[in-house]
Design a protein around this ligand. Structure first.
Ligand code: PBG
Length: 327
């Protein structure tokens, strides 16, 4: 027999040598939730092991993440009060601005501090933007793209002011990268990077995240996030964001969109990241809790597969745990 591919699978040493993809702590980013006014960490029932942090638990988790050698953190704020325009998002003393300052002072030299620029945690209607009555008969409320861009601009400038190294634009408004890039340039903050959630799909896999940030959303995000049926449309979004000045583009969720990720990696001129979202986390945790799958192996395989498909970096709620296991 000429072809015996099994020869390269004979021993652990051989398998390790021929591995085409590897996980490394530096390629992992940890998303974190900080809850305004919390005196102790609050568990998130649909995300076992993930919490809404208090100030103390946040600092401990930051130190732990830095010691584990991960690449960075992505911060989300859970505010005490919300309103129609998400005022808390642009409050210099708001939960997210404070969390950014804490992270930068605690671990800013070791970790890249990234922030979520989006209004959904701060609006009482739970949408990623501000609303206006549509001009159609009936005048139902729709998300106003251009009015939302002004909110994102102010939010990104506040995050930069607070010391964020990279702002993550996750709202899926048209033109958001260009507006924020322009605002940062005009403010002299040419050092702040933009992570564009470019191919972000309207996904059921964000379910547990809604609990994590106590979202008020009724309805859905289908008028701004992508339809799961479409890959070409996702690639168009990626191309536009690169043109508008994104430093990094992202595909989200990751596991069900590996084709979009692979195609993006094939043409992108900037780094390509992927977000393994809350529902992907919850599914593995839930199955493992039942003893139906091997938890550690499933975690490793799921993240490795995202890298194999083309992600340079993976955002995952297991970032610190995986980094520790790799050490
Ligand atoms: C928007 C945002 C969402 C997630 C990250 N940023 C929610 C959404 O778009 O509905 C979801 C992340 C996850 O599910 O882990 N602020």
């Amino acid at each position: 027999m000429q072809n015996r591919p099994r020869r390269l699978r004979t021993t652990p040493a051989m398998r390790r040598l021929v591995a085409e993809t590897r996980l490394h702590p530096a390629d992992l980013v940890l998303p974190m939730f900080v809850r305004e006014g919390a005196t102790e960490p609050h568990p998130i029932s649909s995300m076992p092991g993930v919490v809404q942090h208090s100030d103390d638990s946040f600092k401990r988790a930051l130190a732990d993440a830095a010691a584990a050698g991960i690449g960075g953190i992505m911060l989300f704020g859970v505010p005490l009060s919300k309103d129609a325009v998400g005022s808390g998002a642009t409050d210099p003393d708001g939960v997210l601005a404070k969390a950014i300052r804490t992270a930068v002072s605690e671990v800013g030299d070791e970790l890249v501090v990234q922030t979520d620029v989006c209004l959904d945690e701060f609006t009482d209607h739970g949408h990623c933007g501000v609303l206006r009555a549509s001009s159609a008969p009936g005048g139902e409320l729709v998300v106003d793209n251009d009015a939302t861009l002004e909110r994102y601009r102010d939010m990104a400038l506040l995050h930069a002011e607070a010391g964020a190294h990279m702002v993550g634009l996750s709202g899926m408004m048209d033109g958001q990268v260009a507006v924020v890039r322009d605002a940062l340039e005009n403010a002299g903050r040419v050092d702040v990077s933009i992570l564009a959630y470019s191919a972000k799909y309207a996904s059921a896999f964000y379910g547990p995240f809604r609990e994590a940030v106590q979202s008020s959303l009724t309805g859905n995000r289908r008028s701004y996030q992508l339809d799961a049926a479409n890959s070409r449309e996702g690639l168009r979004e990626v191309a536009l964001d690169i043109e508008e000045g994104a430093d990094v583009v992202m595909v989200k969720p990751a596991g069900s969109y590996l084709d979009v990720l692979a195609e993006t990696a094939a043409f992108s001129t900037v780094p390509v990241w992927a977000y393994q979202v809350s529902g992907e986390y919850a599914m593995i945790e839930a199955a493992a809790a039942h003893g139906w799958i091997d938890r550690e192996r499933a975690i490793h395989e799921s993240v490795l597969s995202i890298k194999r498909a083309g992600a340079d970096v993976v955002l995952t709620y297991w970032a610190t745990e995986i980094a520790k296991a790799l050490r």
